[in-house]
Write a protein that binds this ligand. Structure first.
Ligand code: NAG
Ligand code: NAG
Ligand code: NAG
Ligand code: NAG
Length: 411
């Protein structure tokens, strides 16, 4: 019996024996992670576990940090990678449970640096509540009121304040907006709820894989993940916890530490592939630890529940408070749909045939809902990238970002 237990323990711990605590934390091959101290393609990547300002300084030496206050009192940090006499000003907005780090999280080949090297003045936004947006004029993150926001407030207030700030600070004319996942969702909310203002301030909105009404994504993993948000909401009612993925929380810290030393990185890729689209060979092994060391930034439970409601009701709509409260807040029993038909600025939609989270059939519906003149540049349907590969896939530049650079050149 004791022998058996010892054997099992050994089997579980074996991988860790091969991964001594050395400074090498990245490899260009998944198998090499098993023998990280002996493999010749492993190296020390200083960006793993480093903070965003150090990362940007290291690769560009051109960092500025700005603060902007929204109409409803949140104070957000904007990171700028400055370029004099730029080809254009570009504003990147991250996805859900994430922050500006996602754009500088692919070492020297990061998306933000790609556009900066191409001559753009690059700005990275942050949603209220995340690691770089934890201040409010009256509330603290420990107050429930601080976390009382849905996708609507992020789109309507955060994006508006950030865009206006960037426009005034740069005085370079109209701005290019690039939103990924929830950044694309809130971008559509901003453009539809403030059609005139967004048309004045933005040259084009590049909307990469938005999550909206989930009409067709019901066959995917979303079916199994979505109900969890309902459990979360109940849990929050009992415990008074209003946010999700606390940056200083133990679960996130433990996961990061565990992953950094866990040698079978391919398991992570399989897991991501099951959740976001089966492309297990696409994710670049160099970015495995980099991604895990930075992904995860606090957001409100209300945001997660808002996504869940859109999934259940198949409507790209405002937060649903229930009939009685809806009457009070919106003046109607059901929450209003975001008025895509009102959008005036050009929208360039990008989505992938292999993304089961932001499903291509759902995006076709959104594309067809947009007014004709708004889609004057058409759309880009990428092949073979799942929801995570837009940032960490081996072919993301070739199939996605180089094409966006070319489109911007032609404007
Ligand atoms: C890191 O990997 C290199 C090979 O790329 C190796 O020469 C070096 O000894 C490794 N460093 C440690 C601390 O294991
Ligand atoms: C990152 O770390 C450096 C010290 O290494 C510190 O000066 C800087 O303020 C940190 N940046 C952020 C955004 O926390
Ligand atoms: C990134 O760094 C690696 C290793 O130093 C180098 O081979 C590669 O060309 C660099 N990539 C870019 C885009 O600068
Ligand atoms: C949250 O915001 C909504 C709408 O803005 C408001 O009706 C509601 O009372 C707020 N809830 C709390 C707990 O502050």
């Amino acid at each position: 019996m004791v022998f058996k237990i010892a054997l099992h323990l050994l089997l579980v711990l074996l991988p860790f024996i091969f991964v001594p605590f050395n400074s090498n934390n990245s490899c260009s091959n998944y198998l090499s992670y098993l023998f990280i101290s002996f493999s010749s393609d492993c190296y020390h990547n200083p960006d793993v576990n480093d903070n965003i300002t150090n990362i940007i300084q290291r690769h560009t030496n051109s960092l500025e940090t700005h603060q902007v206050q929204t109409e409803d009192g949140y104070i957000l940090n904007l990171f700028r990678i400055r370029r004099e006499n730029p080809r254009g000003v570009i504003f990147f907005q991250h996805g859900v449970i994430d922050d500006a780090r996602c754009w500088v999280n692919q070492y020297n080949d990061s998306v933000a640096f790609l556009f900066w090297r191409a001559g753009y003045d690059v700005w990275l936004g942050n949603n209220r509540g995340n690691l770089y947006a934890k201040k409010h004029v009256t509330w603290k993150p420990s107050d429930g009121e601080f976390w009382n926001f849905s996708l609507l407030e992020v789109g309507y207030y955060d994006l508006d304040a950030s865009v206006e700030y960037i426009k005034t600070t740069t005085s370079e004319g109209k701005i290019i907006y690039v939103g990924l996942s929830m950044g694309a969702t809130t971008g559509l909310i901003y453009a539809s709820m403030r059609p005139a203002k967004s048309f004045e301030s933005l040259q084009i909105m590049i909307s990469i894989a938005p999550c909206t009404h989930f009409m067709y994504a019901t066959d995917s993993i979303v079916k199994y993940i979505a109900p969890l948000s309902d459990i979360m909401q109940r849990y929050n009612k009992y415990t008074g916890i209003y946010s999700f993925a606390r940056n200083d929380g133990l679960p996130l810290k433990f996961f990061r530490l565990f992953h950094q030393f866990f040698p079978f990185k391919k398991y992570l890729v399989y897991l991501l592939s099951v959740c976001f689209g089966w492309t297990p060979d696409e994710m670049d092994p160099n970015y495995a630890n980099l991604m895990v060391s930075h992904y995860g930034s606090e957001t409100s439970i209300k945001i997660i529940v808002h996504f869940y409601q859109m999934y259940c009701q198949h409507r790209f709509q405002a937060y649903d408070y229930g009939e009685v409260k809806n009457m009070e807040v919106y003046g109607s029993k059901r929450p209003f749909l975001f008025p895509l038909k009102k959008i005036k600025l050009p929208v360039y939609m990008v989505y992938s045939d292999s993304d089961i989270f932001s499903y291509y059939k759902d995006n076709e519906v959104v594309y067809n809902d947009l007014p004709e003149e708004v889609t004057m540049y058409g759309k880009l349907v990428v092949k073979g990238l799942n929801h995570v590969d837009y940032l960490y896939g081996k072919h993301r530049n070739q199939r996605l970002f180089n094409k966006i650079l070319r489109l911007l050149d032609s404007l």
